[in-house]
Design a protein around this ligand. Structure first.
Ligand code: 5GP
Length: 204
């Protein structure tokens, strides 16, 4: 069986990447989400083990020391990290694993796993991004301002990603990411075992 792909999805806060990723996973059974660990407090409606593993700073540090994190980063005064085991095992089992992480972590993953595919989700405009951030209503003015400034810094790093998609509508954005995954999986380097199998008559 072919290995799955690590697909890293980033984008500024408020761009709607959470919704895009949820839809992507809901509609593609060969895709699964990596649940990150974080030291930030849960927002209303968030569940431990589903949205994040909400842990203390001490627990987070321990996981780093035990080499349990594929990558981690500090973002807006909180720590976020990707548990390594789940990602590596799932990819071995042929699943495409989606990491919804910020820029610093994404670039680190690309260094550690060069065959990972990085995708940056752009807003149609900065105004639209601000509207979406305010519309969410979960953040104070100060936090919105801080996140917008961070967003601009993040967008400046978008050219370092393998692919850029624009979230005009969720469905279009998901369709774009699905086509990226299909194209990546069909790359010759990923099909060599299949070719060998055909020649040895093992794929029948
Ligand atoms: P939020 O607090 O809005 O859920 O997430 C803040 C930022 O942290 C988002 O850009 C999100 O993609 C990123 N993030 C979530 N999990 C991880 C992770 O495991 N590693 C890294 N590097 N960033 C993460």
């Amino acid at each position: 069986m072919n290995k799955g792909k690590v697909i890293v999805v980033s984008g500024p806060s408020g761009v709607g990447k959470g919704t895009v990723v949820k839809e992507l996973i809901g509609s593609n059974e060969d895709c699964a989400l990596s649940v990150s660990a974080t030291t930030r407090s849960p927002r209303e409606g968030e569940t431990h083990g589903v949205n994040y593993f909400f842990i203390t700073k001490e627990e987070f540090t321990q996981k780093i020391n035990n080499n349990e994190m594929l990558e981690y980063a500090e973002y807006c005064s909180n720590f976020y990290g990707t548990p390594k085991d789940y990602v590596l095992k799932s990819v071995e089992q042929g699943k495409n694993i989606i990491l919804e992480i910020e820029v610093q972590g994404a670039l680190n993953v690309k260094k550690i796993i060069p065959e990972a595919v990085t995708v940056f989700v752009m807003p149609p405009s900065l105004q639209e991004l601000e509207d979406r951030l305010r519309g969410r209503g979960t953040e104070t003015d100060e936090v919105v301002k801080q996140r917008l400034e961070t967003a601009i810094d993040e967008i400046k790093q978008a050219p370092q990603y393998d692919y850029i998609v624009v979230n005009n509508t969720v469905m279009q954005c998901v369709a774009d990411i699905v086509s990226i995954i299909i194209a990546e999986r069909q790359k010759t380097e990923n099909m060599l075992d299949f070719i060998k199998g055909v020649l040895n008559d093992e794929n029948a």
